[in-house]
Write a new protein. Structure first.
Length: 317
C-alpha cells in the first residue's frame, strides 16, 4: 500500500452536469423513476393477483419487473439528490452496498433476459416439448439459482474494492457508487482489478448476449417458414421490440465495462452517459415492451381498473 494513502470513511459523489441542464436532468430522472415505479409495480401486482398468469413466461416477466424496480430505486433517487446538491457524501459501507447491489441487479437482468430468450426459442422451435421442459417449478428454481450464482460471482468485487487505497481524493466523479470509478480514483495500480471486471462482463454479458442473438435469430428463421403474412409480422415485431430492450441494456453497459478494462480511457461524460442509459432506461421501457403489449396482461390490467375479478383458475382454458 502506498505510504501516502489515507483511510477513507466516506466517499463524495460528484455528478458533473452543467447548471443550465440541471433542472431538465432532475425532471427527466423524476419522470423516468415514477414511470418505472408505476409500470413495474403494476406488472408485479397484476401477475400476482391473476391465477391465469401463473405461468413460466409471466414468472420471468414478474422477476424482471422486480429487478427493474430494485435497480431504479437503488439508483435514481440518489442520482437526483446528487444532481440537486452538486455533491453528496456517502458512508463507506453504504457506498460498497450500493456498488454491490447495482452489479448484482445488472447481472441478474442480463441472465434473466437470456432465460426469456431461450424460453421463447424452445416455445417456437420445440413447441411440443415446451410444457415438459419449462414449468413453473423449473423457472422458480432457475431464478433462485441465478440469484445465488450472482451473489457468489459478485462477492470478489467487494473484496477488491476494500483492497483499494486512496491517496489523492475520495471524490468519485460519478452519480452513484461504481466499482470501475473507484478503481480509477484509487492510487492502487494493479491491473487485476479491471481485468477481473472484464472477465466477469464477458462471462455474464457477452456470452448471454450471444445466446440471446442466437435464440432470436433461430426464431426469425422459423418465422420465415410461416405461410401467414400476419404471423410473420407478429413474430418479427416481437423479436425486434425485445431486441430493442436487449440493445438498450447491453450495448451501453458492455461498452462502459469492457473498454476501461481493456485500457481504453473514456471521458467522464461518455462513461456516465453509457452507464446511466444502460441502468435507467430499460426499467422504464421493459414493462411496455414485455408486459403492456401482451394481450393477457393488458386484459388483466383493464379488469383491475374496472374492479372486476379474474376468473377462477379452474375455469380458465
Amino acid at each position: 500500500m502506498n505510504n501516502s494513502s489515507v483511510i477513507v470513511s466516506e466517499f463524495v459523489l460528484y455528478c458533473s452536469i452543467n447548471s443550465d441542464q440541471k433542472n431538465i436532468t432532475v425532471c427527466a430522472l423524476t419522470f423516468i423513476y415514477l414511470l418505472s415505479l408505476f409500470g413495474n409495480l403494476l406488472v408485479i401486482l397484476v401477475i400476482l393477483w391473476n391465477p391465469q398468469l401463473h405461468a413460466p413466461m409471466y414468472i420471468y416477466i414478474m422477476a424482471l419487473a422486480i429487478i427493474d424496480l430494485a435497480n431504479s430505486t437503488v439508483l435514481i433517487p440518489k442520482m437526483i439528490s446528487v444532481v440537486l446538491l452538486d455533491s453528496s457524501v456517502v458512508p463507506y459501507g453504504a457506498c460498497m452496498l450500493q456498488m454491490f447491489v447495482i452489479l448484482h441487479v445488472e447481472e441478474m437482468e442480463s441472465l434473466l433476459l437470456t432465460f426469456m430468450a431461450v424460453d421463447r426459442y424452445i416455445a417456437v422451435i420445440y413447441p411440443l416439448r415446451y410444457p415438459s421442459i419449462i414449468t413453473n417449478k423449473t423457472v422458480c428454481i432457475g431464478i433462485f439459482i441465478l440469484n445465488i450464482f450472482g451473489l457468489i460471482f459478485k462477492s470478489p468485487f467487494v473484496f477488491f474494492a476494500t483492497e483499494l487505497s486512496f491517496c489523492h481524493s475520495n471524490i468519485l466523479p460519478y452519480c452513484f457508487c461504481d466499482y470501475a470509478t473507484m478503481v480509477h480514483v484509487a492510487c492502487t495500480e494493479d491491473p487485476k482489478y479491471l481485468k477481473f471486471l472484464s472477465a466477469v462482463v464477458i462471462t455474464t454479458g457477452i456470452f448471454p448476449l450471444a445466446l440471446i442473438l442466437f435464440s432470436y435469430g433461430r426464431i426469425a428463421l422459423a418465422a420465415l417458414k410461416i405461410s401467414s403474412v400476419e404471423g410473420k409480422k407478429k413474430v418479427f415485431s416481437t423479436c425486434l421490440t425485445h431486441l430493442l430492450v436487449v440493445g438498450l441494456f447491453y450495448i451501453p453497459l458492455l461498452s462502459s465495462y469492457i473498454l476501461p478494462g481493456a485500457g481504453v480511457k473514456l471521458s467522464t461524460e461518455a462513461y456516465n452517459t453509457m452507464v446511466i442509459v444502460g441502468n435507467v432506461v430499460p426499467p422504464m421501457v421493459n414493462p411496455i415492451i414485455y408486459s403492456f403489449r401482451n394481450k393477457e396482461i393488458k386484459s388483466c390490467i383493464l379488469r383491475l381498473f374496472k374492479g372486476t375479478r379474474a376468473a377462477p383458475l379452474h375455469t380458465i382454458r
